[in-house]
Write a protein that binds this ligand. Structure first.
Ligand code: GAL
Length: 675
């Protein structure tokens, strides 16, 4: 073969390799100016949250980090956000964001300041924090290791020594015993790849080492620790009732020059070390630590997660000369914008992260996403783009269950100290004053728009027509299949994504004492005397949100709330009523999407629908047409709004408790599996 033939073959092979690599690993860039980022739509049961970590907010922790800060002359975390003392006020801040979930970490060095010594006061405080969150209807998600641990543990070699894993398991067990009756969401380890690389390759996190040998040991031990933690907690009482997962940061690596094979090799190597080896380990139970040639089988690792937490921040452009310190700016594409951390905003990488974890076949939660942006001029766009990516991935069928913004408030950003502000609230570290940023308001608004309205249940009606079953207890408390009707109604509302309900109890309100429903914040309101359905709503005016879902306490109506609420909002109607056309009798006439006449007492021959029980109401309807005293909702409001009420036609069967026969039919339906 001639030299030029060989050269041609070599060039061809090179070009082909680059082509295949490029096609298989596209670096997506979206033209954001063409996307509608304003109207983001999420499933109504999507979990909205914010995230923090103990060492970054609590203040005055004595751990591997505080030790490292002083030994390296780094900015000291000091009193951080003083959250350990201000947690109640900070929980108000979470509530104001409308979110229903809060991810935070337990500070091991507080709980176990010395080996074998438990600080019961600290444990008690975490327990109170959990109670307080639940009382606000905010579900806690607890992280057991978020970069920080006790000094005594570090002095023994921390995760460098396999035998030390036991210490962390003991801590995890202890906290699980205390909290698992209330905490349903558990994260084992936060970002093991970041902990390992920053602490043992780059030396920027404690213990500041630079050793591949130690890196391999720590990485493997962290995976052992995760697997053991998962298996241990799962085997404890209540282990089956909780969800436990690993939190994995995904860094996307792209070759700086897409025609340069060396850049491709670098990108692939980094992707393997940061992402793939960890995810593969979780999938098949064998872990090949970064820089290691061999894999190790880790008992219990395979499938050791009920969900995968994804922390996503950016992509990095790989060359063999990439900067390894934050002092030098990373390379970015010319059209990209740098965050304060100097790496670019690249929301497209979040979708690539979802695609990367998808073959674990686990529900995905974005457990962290946010941006360092001192003046808050980039964060609103950052939030919109990442939520747009998430909403799109969901509509493409990906199983993404929730999104936790990093972070609730500005805090101690590890090696960067207080220079990098990630919060939805600005924190003045001198005065500890917190101020909501515009981006925080934006996030709160998106959450609100994607959260179902308050549910209001007219639960005061008595079971007079039920004869013997009851004449003196509210119908909604009568049991069907072992549970009060009200519980069935709330079960449905909760599974639709509703999180708060107002129960109008009639005049027998005491009978609802002790009634609770996990996941639903309940308010009960009693009438001084029987006021009728309309009077009951007027009487509770001060407790009504501007828009609410109105239900009858004796009807079980399992329809899709999301779709009726969107229909209501789209039509901007004062009231939307569900109309069923398949019913034994008819009590209304509807035409061109509106209810024209309603008459319960004298049904007419030209009637073509029946009110099926679920309505969406604007509070202004009550303010405009209601009054003091006893009055009927149907007679007053449906008459006043005739021709203006939006008719939402849905033929889903509904179940009422009108008579003993109907009640037993409903019982039968539930026995056969229900909705
Ligand atoms: C993550 C880490 C957080 C936070 C965030 C922002 O890697 O889990 O604690 O610091 O980065 O850089």
């Amino acid at each position: 073969m001639l030299w030029w033939e060989m050269a041609l073959i070599a060039i061809g092979a090179y070009a082909l390799t680059i082509l295949v690599l490029s096609l298989r690993n596209p670096e997506t860039h979206i033209d954001w100016s063409k996307q509608d980022l304003e109207n983001l739509k999420f499933p109504s049961d999507f979990s909205w949250g914010v995230a923090t970590a103990s060492h970054q907010i609590e203040g005055d922790n004595q751990n591997n980090w505080s030790q490292f800060e002083s030994s390296q002359g780094l900015e000291a975390s000091g009193s951080a956000c003083d959250h350990w003392n201000r947690w109640k006020d900070d929980f108000d801040l979470i509530g104001n964001l409308n979110v229903g979930y809060y991810r935070f970490s337990l500070e091991w060095s507080r709980v176990q300041p010395q080996e074998g010594e438990w600080d019961e006061v600290a444990i008690q405080q975490y327990s109170e924090m959990v109670d307080n969150l639940l009382a606000r209807n905010i579900e806690p998600m607890v992280t057991l290791h978020h970069f920080s641990h006790p000094i005594w543990f570090q002095n023994k070699g921390g995760f460098e020594v396999e035998a030390n894993v036991e210490d962390w398991i003991v801590f995890s067990q202890k906290m699980f015993e205390v909290l698992s009756d209330r905490v349903k969401w558990w994260c084992t380890i936060n970002e093991p790849a970041v902990f390992t690389t920053m602490g043992y390759v780059l030396g920027e996190f404690p213990p500041g080492a630079r050793s591949f040998k130690q890196t391999r040991a720590v990485a493997t031990n962290m995976m052992r620790a995760h697997a053991r933690c998962y298996r241990t907690l799962k085997s404890m009482p209540r282990g089956d009732d909780v969800q436990i997962g690993l939190v994995k940061n995904i860094n996307i690596f792209d070759p700086y020059r897409r025609w340069n094979l060396v850049h491709w090799v670098q990108a692939k190597l980094l992707d393997e070390m940061f992402n793939r080896c960890w995810l593969r380990g979780l999938r098949n139970g064998r872990f090949r630590a970064p820089s290691s040639l061999f894999s190790t089988k880790i008992p219990g690792l395979k499938g050791s997660s009920d969900f995968i937490g994804v922390n996503y921040y950016t992509h990095l452009l790989a060359t063999p000369f990439m900067p390894t310190t934050v002092e030098i700016d990373p390379l970015i594409r010319p059209w990209e914008e740098r965050t304060d951390f100097r790496y670019p905003m690249y929301a497209e990488g979040l979708r690539r992260s979802f695609d990367m974890v998808a073959n674990l076949k686990m529900p995905i939660f974005v457990t962290e996403n946010g941006v360092a942006d001192d003046d808050d001029d980039m964060r609103p766009e950052h939030i919109r783009r990442h939520l747009w990516i998430t909403a799109n991935a969901i509509s493409d069928g990906m199983d993404i269950r929730g999104f936790y913004h990093w972070s609730l408030m500005d805090n101690f950003e590890w090696a960067e100290g207080y220079t990098q502000r990630f919060g939805l609230y600005h924190v003045n570290f001198e005065t500890q004053e917190r101020t909501l940023k515009d981006s925080g308001q934006l996030y709160a608004d998106v959450v609100k728009d994607n959260t179902l309205p308050q549910v209001v249940i007219l639960a005061g009606g008595l079971g007079t027509r039920l004869g013997e079953i009851s004449e003196s207890i509210p119908k909604s408390l009568i049991e069907v299949n072992g549970k009060p009707m009200l519980t069935h109604i709330l079960d449905w509302a909760l599974c639709q994504g509703c999180r708060k309900a107002l129960v109008l109890t009639g005049h027998l309100g005491e009978m609802f004492d002790d009634f609770t429903h996990r996941g639903m914040s309940l308010t009960f309101h009693q009438e001084p005397e029987p006021l009728g359905t309309g009077g009951a709503l007027w009487n509770a005016k001060h407790l009504l949100d501007d828009e609410f879902i109105l239900l009858w306490g004796d009807d079980f109506h399992p329809i899709d709330y999301n779709s009726i609420v969107s229909d209501h909002r789209q039509k901007a109607a004062p009231l939307t009523m569900t109309v069923t056309e398949s019913h034994e009798s008819m009590n209304l006439r509807h035409q061109d999407g509106q209810v024209i006449v309603y008459d319960k007492a004298n049904p007419k021959a030209n009637f073509n629908g029946y009110e099926a029980g679920t309505s969406i109401v604007k509070k202004s309807v009550i303010e405009t047409h209601g009054r003091e005293g006893k009055w009927s909702w149907e007679e007053t409001i449906y008459t006043a709004l005739a021709g203006k009420m939006n008719a939402y036609v849905d033929n889903t069967a509904f179940w009422d408790m009108g008579t003993p026969e109907r009640l037993s039919r409903f019982g039968e339906f539930l026995k056969q599996g229900g909705p």
